[in-house]
Design a protein around this ligand. Structure first.
Ligand SMILES: C[S@@+](CC[C@H](N)C(=O)[O-])C[C@H]1O[C@@H](n2cnc3c(N)ncnc32)[C@H](O)[C@@H]1O
Length: 235
């Protein structure tokens, strides 16, 4: 209860209680709800009318399983998953990278959007959460597209770069791991994606907290989920 809703005798003002009830109803309950929209009810409306009806069943099941996981706030939201699928299809991506897997909502979204012979190298410091998602990847018939690698993101990227074949090879990369390393990741991933390839960095609006008066907005910022910064390799 906010201070404003308390009345002097310690009881809650009935009108304020009613307002709180309305507020609760309007508040979406979706897991991974890093929406920047002003109204939670509006976000719920978007999910229910546009996102959930088109969400493939294995993705829905993975989302519901993840909702019961103690770290469920980490998951990519369903609207962002749908946006990633669109990006992957638009650029006809075949070989992709993902850094920061958790239970795999963004990974499964990407895998579903790739062609049958597409491949994703998926990297995370912990394998155990990815393993929770594997049955859903198998059910979706896309597990064969995924090459999961466990370890520190920087180490795994360095390993990839040691093989010359990987330089300029990948069509798309999605980065959703430790934010402090984003610049270090970028220095490496920009060499791994091909010219014309796309990189998406998640959470770059950080729940709106980046919008301080001194901040210069990123040029390719998409206010989906918690903000995705898109970078296209141009040379
Ligand atoms: C926000 S979650 C990823 C969510 C995921 N994209 C999804 O759709 O559910 C961040 C992940 O980054 C991983 N991570 C954190 N630090 C890392 C590091 N240094 N190297 C590799 N992975 C890391 C965590 O284990 C966690 O699974």
């Amino acid at each position: 209860m906010s201070a404003a809703t308390e009345v002097t005798n310690g009881q809650q003002d009935p009108k304020s209680r009613q307002e709180e009830e309305v507020g609760k109803k309007g508040r979406h309950s979706a897991v991974g709800h890093k929406s920047l929209l002003q109204s939670d009810a509006l976000f719920q409306y978007i999910l229910e009318t546009s996102v959930y009806p088109r969400e493939p069943a294995p993705l829905q099941e993975l989302r519901e399983m993840t909702a019961n996981h103690p770290w469920n706030l980490m998951t990519t939201s369903a609207d962002e998953g749908q946006f990633l699928m669109l990006l992957v299809k638009l650029i006809n991506a075949k070989n992709t990278l993902e850094l920061g897997v958790y239970t795999g909502y963004s990974l499964l979204s990407t895998a579903l959007a790739l062609p049958e012979d597409g491949k994703i190298i998926a990297m995370d410091i912990h394998r155990q959460n990815y393993e929770l998602g594997v049955p859903f990847m198998k059910k979706a018939g896309v597990h064969h597209k995924i090459d999961f690698r466990e370890g520190q993101g920087l180490t795994l990227l360095e390993e990839l770069m040691q093989d010359e074949k990987n330089l300029g090879f990948f069509d798309f990369a999605f980065v959703d791991a430790d934010k402090d390393n984003y610049l270090n990741y970028h220095e490496r991933i920009i060499k791994l994606v091909k010219v014309g390839g796309l990189i998406g960095y998640d959470n770059t609006l950080w729940n709106g907290s980046v919008a301080t008066p001194d901040d210069t907005p990123y040029p390719n910022m998409v206010p989906v989920g918690d903000g995705i910064t898109l970078c296209r390799r141009i040379q």
